[in-house]
Design a protein around this ligand. Structure first.
Ligand SMILES: [Ca+2]
Ligand SMILES: [Ca+2]
Length: 631
């Protein structure tokens, strides 16, 4: 049996690599789809939906597909308007609990309105993580509303929130419930309708380099951190006018503690606070834990913080001389007493660097903050200086970088193993598209290199939105970090889990159908099922250690075969399937071949196959069983 299947694996090498690319679904005039939600409904895990500019009225839906990216193309954002419609009574787009991480870029959302007055431009259900970049939310009951979810992370960058709120004070420009981490960076949030510019109950908050301005609106708090939690508020411009119905600007732990918010650490560093037309409670806290206030400007009069234990240094009280207060340009005039009056804010005891590396640039951008010999007080550095190190700001277009690292067979898990095939999804991952044409696989392809925990990784395929790579066989299990280098420029690192084994079954595009062959080496298919008792060959990745080790980037050997060493089992249709062979597919790099006996009792039809190695279960993929042969 084994020797026969080897021939087949060699044939498989012709078609397998081309199947491992996520699909791009195009929406817009003259494209495959006219409605965004049609494309979302057809998309599979890891796919990208590209949306042309235009107005999409009532294009509302629940999103269930894992690790989807929805990206507006061009310089004008596609405008999605509720137009009286909603998904599930919740809003325009609802990220359900199955999405993993939903990424949305360069889209405008408006008009979300539902019966409970919590209609959101984007609503995240429990377990849904979000990455939102360069989007615009206006005139919704909530711009974004995130449900409580202990494992979720929410990252929002370079986006605009204006005039959201139902007017009841219970809905806000942005409302994040209990999540693990909330990052809000380089955004513009303005004029909430009676609610807050930002409300968060996250365990940890990173509020960096934003403009949070109430302007002439009646909104309440500018930043409201309801239950405390470790919170970094760095480099923001925060303003309220005479009409703000609550003179508090930052609220902290005003609704008391919560089991998801064990820390009461609050760091308020290099912000510019301006209250206009009324005295402010700049920071209103119900925590007695010593907040840290460094290098802030407090303009307009009032109480800086109602906590006598706070640690304060190098703050400026009064008007330091702004370039144009009326137009809310709070950069410093030359000669301002706040220039060169700050001090390096240092780091937390936990090692988090508090020094601002960027500064807000209107609208919705965080540019590099110039490095000067002495840091200025407030959100802006006056005058020239060499730019700080790091990535250049790319506001208005998606930022280059990896957004997800997942297995390269089913794209539905961030667990990988030494020697397994992985996929990196993101933007700006390459400036060209290239596929490896020979083995051993190259470590450089199309100007791209990938390192896993500092070890160069072999490359199958590179493109701007996806890279397929092999985890180096000598990578150590534990935390995994990939670094992508494009034409000599290294992108920010991305994380994944690196286990001893990470089995994943290859799927046909846009389906849950396994790439598998019957005993006669024909493709297993709905009209070509495998009879009970016969052998089916399932193509996978992620076996971990093998008996005849193969160097990174090299093909599976024939003699002797490289068999998986870790404990394994398999089921088809929930019944145990005997494993005849489990090991590297000869002639392929990083591909695992499972020869399984179809259980005798299975009825004809589609059944789920699952392979478990060292306690890690694969995705459940469909294989087809034929009727048993007549006796
Ligand atoms: Ca206020
Ligand atoms: Ca300076």
């Amino acid at each position: 049996m084994i020797s026969k299947s080897l021939r087949l694996a060699l044939a498989a090498c012709l078609w397998l690599p081309s199947l491992t690319t996520a699909a791009v679904l195009e929406v817009g005039p003259g494209k495959q789809f006219s409605r965004i939600c049609q494309a979302i409904g057809e998309a599979r895990a890891g796919d990208v939906v590209e949306v042309q500019p235009g107005i999409y009225n009532g294009d509302v839906c629940q999103i269930r597909t894992r690790n989807l990216t929805i990206r507006g193309m061009g310089s004008t954002r596609a405008s999605v308007r509720a137009a009286g419609q909603n998904a599930g009574g919740k809003g325009i787009w609802v990220a359900t609990s199955t999405v993993g991480t939903l990424t949305v870029e360069n889209i405008e959302f408006s008009g979300a309105k539902v019966s409970d007055q919590n209609g959101a431009g984007i609503r995240a259900d429990p377990n849904a993580s979000l990455v939102i970049r360069n989007c615009h939310f206006h005139d919704n009951e909530n711009g974004i509303l995130v449900s409580s979810s202990p494992e979720a992370t929410i990252t929002i960058e370079n986006s605009i929130f204006e005039d959201n709120g139902a007017g009841d004070g219970l809905s806000h420009n942005l409302y994040v419930n209990h999540v693990k981490q909330f990052v809000f960076r380089g955004n513009y949030s303005a004029r909430s309708k009676r609610g807050h510019l930002l409300k968060s109950r996250a365990t940890e908050n990173h509020i960096l380099y934003n403009r949070m301005t109430q302007e002439t609106a009646i909104g309440s708090y500018e930043i409201e951190i309801s239950n405390g939690g470790r919170t970094y508020i760095i480099g923001n411009v925060i303003q309220q006018g005479a009409a703000s119905e609550n003179n508090g600007m930052i609220g902290y732990r005003l609704e008391g503690g919560h089991e998801m918010n064990p820390s009461q650490e609050l760091y308020v560093i290099n912000n510019t606070f301006v209250t206009q037309g009324q005295q402010a409670r700049f920071i209103n806290t119900r925590s007695t834990f010593p907040a840290v206030l460094r290098n802030n400007i407090f303009t307009g009069g009032g109480t800086e913080i109602n906590n006598e234990n706070a640690t304060k240094s190098n703050n400026f009280t009064g008007n330091p001389g702004y370039v144009n207060e009326e137009s809310l340009n709070f950069t410093l005039r030359p000669g301002s007493p706040a220039v060169n009056a700050g001090a390096d804010p240092g780091a937390t005891t936990g090692g988090f660097t508090l020094k601002p590396t960027r500064q807000y640039q209107h609208p919705a951008c965080a540019d590099m903050r110039p490095i000067d010999s002495v840091i200025d007080i407030g959100a802006f550095e006056n005058g020239a200086g060499s730019p700080a190190s790091g990535q250049p700001a790319r506001c208005g277009t998606p930022q280059a970088g990896a957004q997800a690292v997942v297995n390269g067979a089913s794209f539905d898990s961030d667990l990988l193993a030494p020697g397994s095939i992985g996929a990196i999804f993101g933007s700006g991952l390459a400036t060209t598209t290239a596929q490896a044409s020979a083995t051993p696989l190259p470590l450089q392809l199309g100007g791209v290199a990938v390192a896993v925990n500092s070890i160069p990784a072999p490359l199958y395929f590179v493109s701007p939105a996806q890279i397929n790579f092999q985890v180096p066989v000598d990578a150590k299990a534990g935390a995994g970090a990939v670094l992508v280098t494009v034409n000599g420029s290294t992108l920010p690192p991305a994380q994944f889990r690196l286990g001893s084994a990470a089995p994943a079954i290859f799927l046909f595009p846009q389906s849950t159908r396994a790439i598998a062959q019957n005993q006669d080496y024909s493709l297993n298919a709905s009209d070509n099922g495998a009879p009970p008792g016969s052998v089916i060959i399932v193509y996978m990745t992620g076996q971990g250690a093998v008996s005849n080790p193969v160097p990174s980037g090299e093909i599976g050997p024939t003699n002797p075969l490289a068999e998986a060493l870790l404990p394994s089992s398999a089921t088809i249709g929930g019944q145990t399937a005997a494993i005849q062979f489990l090991g590297l597919a000869p002639g392929l790099v990083g591909v695992l071949q499972a020869n399984l006996v179809v259980p005798a009792a299975l009825a004809a039809g589609a059944h789920k196959v699952v392979v478990t190695i060292d306690g890690a279960a694969s995705n459940a993929a469909d294989v087809f069983v034929a009727a048993a042969a007549a006796q």
